[in-house]
Ligand binder design. Structure first.
Ligand SMILES: [Zn+2]
Ligand SMILES: [Zn+2]
Ligand SMILES: [Zn+2]
Length: 356
């Protein structure tokens, strides 16, 4: 007992020195903290209570024996971790070495005693020191201590280095003792994989919309001013005209138009390339804002047809139109495999509008 007292007094000098001149203004300690190693740490109830609502509750709850003095037990973690914890309550600081040695314990203490500043600090430092070796242990702790930032970081690391994590002692322990967490990790990995797939698909779709949007620009340009090999039927071909700024798309479109005009397989809506052309014309009409003065073939006819068929409007088509309208950049010509509408009867009228 005697020895403990001496230890505690020595410690208290050190403790208060850390708290930037506080020792001079602090009254006598009025509470003792007892650790697993039976170390008694003298402390000030006002400081403990101001930093931790849990300690505040313990300090101010009614005592059975008024004479017994205030004693708080913090057991189950190394003495030095408790010292580092109390030091943090006094100074709001933690040394690198303390974090290095007791980060896990400090996280648990900050959770149990509800000290959010320390919790954030621990989560950050532990997150920076994650490895495939310790990730399972830290993950378990992060879940227990409700530290979502750290939890997510652990999950991501476990998912991305699963082959290595699977070989660790921590993982084997987890499999034997915490099958729910094992399941949680596997589920997270699965979701991460499908998230990745979704993102890839969205990116691909976006590229398609951009390409379609460029094709729409080129179609209007071919039908109003004409390009290298195709132009409006009533305009003289100008051989001097050089390639336009979006020539890779424009050229593809011109080749498609030439095919469209000459394809022999007009029965049943024509071949796949013809159907693609139909779809581009229809798309133009869906987007066009000036059908009355528009030079693109079939623009008005498609608009009229769409008005007649308003009730059986195709939701997917509308979505496509919206997406193309919102697409900004533009690259090459290609079309998604969407349901294609046959517009057999207007085929020949379309061809007459071009000068090839
Ligand atoms: Zn062009
Ligand atoms: Zn064809
Ligand atoms: Zn138009």
């Amino acid at each position: 007992m005697e020895e403990n007292l001496i230890t505690s007094f020595r410690f208290s000098d050190d403790l208060y020195r850390n708290s930037s001149g506080m020792a001079r203004v602090l009254p006598e300690p009025d509470v003792h903290i007892i650790t697993s190693g039976a170390l008694r740490i003298p402390a000030h109830s006002s400081i403990l209570a101001s930093m931790s609502p849990v300690l505040e509750n313990i300090i101010y709850r009614p005592r059975k024996h008024r004479s017994s003095g205030r004693v708080i037990q913090i057991l189950g973690v190394p003495c030095d971790a408790v010292l580092a914890f109390i030091r943090f309550l006094y100074s709001s600081r933690c040394s690198e070495e303390e974090m290095q040695s007791y980060g896990i314990h400090l996280l648990a203490l900050s959770h149990v005693y509800s000290v959010p500043q320390l919790k954030r600090r621990c989560a950050k430092v532990l997150g920076e020191r994650l490895s495939t070796e310790n990730v399972v242990d830290v993950l378990q702790l992060a879940r227990m201590c409700d530290a979502p930032y750290l939890y997510l970081k652990c999950m991501k690391l476990a998912a991305s280095h699963f082959k290595a994590v699977e070989k660790t002692e921590g993982w084997r322990f987890l499999q034997d003792h915490d099958p729910w967490l094992e399941l949680e990790i596997l589920k997270f990995m699965d979701e991460a994989e499908s998230r990745k797939k979704r993102t890839r698909r969205r990116r691909e779709e976006q590229t398609t919309y951009l390409q379609l949007s460029e094709a729409m620009e080129c179609l209007e340009h071919i039908c109003t001013e004409g390009c290298t090999s195709v132009g409006p039927y009533d305009t003289e071909p100008t051989t001097k005209k050089g390639p336009c700024s979006k020539f890779s798309t424009c050229q593809g479109l011109q080749i498609l138009i030439r095919h469209f005009a000459t394809c022999k397989r007009r029965i049943n809506g024509g071949c796949l390339r013809c159907k693609r052309m139909w779809q581009l014309l229809r798309l133009h009409s869906s987007i066009c804002e000036q059908p009355d003065s528009c030079r693109v073939p079939l623009c008005r006819q498609f608009k009229l047809k769409m008005q007649q068929e308003k009730n059986k409007d195709d939701g997917r088509w509308k979505l496509l139109v919206r997406k193309v309208l919102s697409a900004k950049a533009i690259s090459t010509l290609s079309l998604p495999k969407r349901k294609r509408q046959e517009l057999e009867d207007t085929h020949s009228r379309g061809i007459r509008c071009f000068r090839l």
